[in-house]
Design a protein around this ligand. Structure first.
Ligand code: ARG
Length: 449
């Protein structure tokens, strides 16, 4: 039989294992069965295969699926192994399954099916993560924390505002995954090796059977293109980078006492009995390494490939899975850690004179040029602990006349972190009223996703 001839010709050499993709192909076992079925149905409909052979092949595919991946006969890859298994079951007629196709269009189709699944899983994880961040924001609209720039205390903010900043980023990440999905969801099947086939096939039909939104038109492009993988991997890497920032924040928060992780997301030390470490978040942060490594590996593997199919492509998709799996697994952990954490109510959100900008803003509102206001407050900041007294002195030193409404009571309120946050109610700001509006927009956006 012809596969045996092929087997004799190509089996056994010292490079056999090196050239095989049978381990990596476990991921596309189901996809390959789906592709085989769609192809056989189409061939029968076009009377390229007779119904008897088609029925036998389909039954064999069912039995092969039932037996599972590990029961496949030896083969260089999953495509060859399944074809051999079909022939083992029904005889030479099984060899008709490969009419009017090549492993090149076959594997490209399987990979797109698997990528579709991967992107849907990631999309689901993103939507769930955003839902939890919005719930966290709802619960903590008034929970104060210091906000940072350059990792220095900058201005008081809230847990809600911080959480929404990541929800916003993950919403854009979701959009990028969706875009990648759209370009992924085209069928290469029927391109054959790279140059079409004389058989009267129906590419649209197999595309429809497999749930694709149309075909990849050009047959050479269809077998060679992996840019949907590159795009998907870039989008997944974007998610990983978003999560790495969230992890870095949380690790710093834990060290500053702004957050107390639930024991489920913390780790202890084998020697230091007092330790409670944010290991889960450090591992989330490290997934950015997996993802960017995957992206770099994929881009490097694809760069410079000439047109047509090249076997290099057999090592391309693994880089994409590395990135996509890394972030899909990290998402529920990252968000679970912040969603289940305790946010102590007694933190000093105004630490490091974080209310300074609010005082300067208030002077400017009273008519003092902002630069002058900045200098007045900077002097107080430089002198040490801010106080109403120190502010009054600095204002009186600098100005001929103190703005009449800048009394002690007003200054006292300006130094209060909660008042500071409540005053910053511009769109997208941290004031609980502004955050409530942002939450509404975030919920709308999430509903649409
Ligand atoms: N396992 C191969 C892959 O993943 C299938 C294609 C083999 N095609 C070939 N012309 N050798 O790309």
């Amino acid at each position: 039989a012809s596969p045996a001839v092929r087997g004799d010709r190509f089996s056994g050499g010292p490079a056999r294992e090196f050239m095989s993709s049978i381990d990596a192909d476990r991921r596309i076992f189901e996809a390959d069965l789906a592709v085989d079925r769609a192809h056989v149905v189409m061939l029968a409909e076009r009377e390229i295969l007779d119904d008897g052979d088609a029925g036998q092949i389909l039954a064999a595919l069912d039995a092969i699926e039932e037996s599972g991946y590990d029961a496949l006969p030896d083969g260089e890859d999953v495509h060859e192994a399944i074809e051999t298994a079909v022939i083992d079951r029904i005889g030479p007629a099984g060899g008709r399954m490969h009419t009017a196709r090549s492993r090149n269009d076959e594997v490209a189709t399987c990979l797109r099916l698997a990528l579709r699944d991967g992107l849907l899983d990631l999309q689901r994880a993103l939507v769930e993560a955003r839902r939890q961040l919005i719930a966290l924001a709802e619960a903590h609209r008034e929970t104060l924390i210091p906000g940072y720039t350059h990792r220095q205390p900058a201005q008081p903010t809230t847990v809600a505002h911080w959480a929404l900043s990541y929800e916003s980023a993950l919403a854009r990440d979701t959009g990028r995954i969706r875009d990648a999905y759209e370009r992924t969801n085209r069928s290469p099947l029927g391109a054959a090796a790279f140059a079409g086939t004389p058989f009267d096939i129906d590419r649209e039909r197999t595309a429809t059977l497999l749930g694709f939104e149309g075909v990849v038109e050009n047959a050479t492009d269809a077998v060679a293109a992996r840019d949907a993988f590159l795009e998907a991997t870039a989008a997944a890497t974007g998610v990983a980078i978003t999560l790495s920032g969230l992890a870095a924040d949380t690790i710093e928060f834990a060290s500053d006492g702004l957050i107390a992780l639930d024991d489920d997301y913390a780790s202890t030390s084998s020697i230091m009995p007092q330790k409670k470490n944010p290991d889960s978040m450090e591992l989330v942060r490290a997934r950015a390494g997996d993802a960017t490594g995957g992206f770099a590996g994929l881009a490097t593997t694809l760069a410079g490939l000439p047109r047509g199919y090249n076997r290099d492509l057999q090592r391309a998709d693994r880089h994409a899975w590395q990135a996509i799996d890394a972030v899909t697994d990290a998402l529920p952990v990252a968000i679970g850690a912040v969603a289940t954490a305790d946010w102590p109510a007694d933190v000093d959100a105004g630490t490091g004179f974080g209310t300074a900008t609010g005082v300067a803003d208030r002077l400017a509102m009273a008519g003092v040029p902002f630069r002058t206001a900045h200098e007045i407050v900077a002097q107080v900041a430089g002198d040490g602990t801010p106080s109403v007294e120190a502010l009054l002195d600095a204002i009186d030193d600098a100005l001929d006349e103190r703005p009449p409404d800048l009394d002690r009571e007003t200054l006292d309120a300006l130094l209060d972190p909660a008042e500071s946050v409540a005053s910053r109610d511009s769109r997208g700001g941290p004031a609980p009223t502004a955050v409530a509006a942002s939450i509404d927009r975030a919920v709308d956006r999430l509903d649409r996703d």
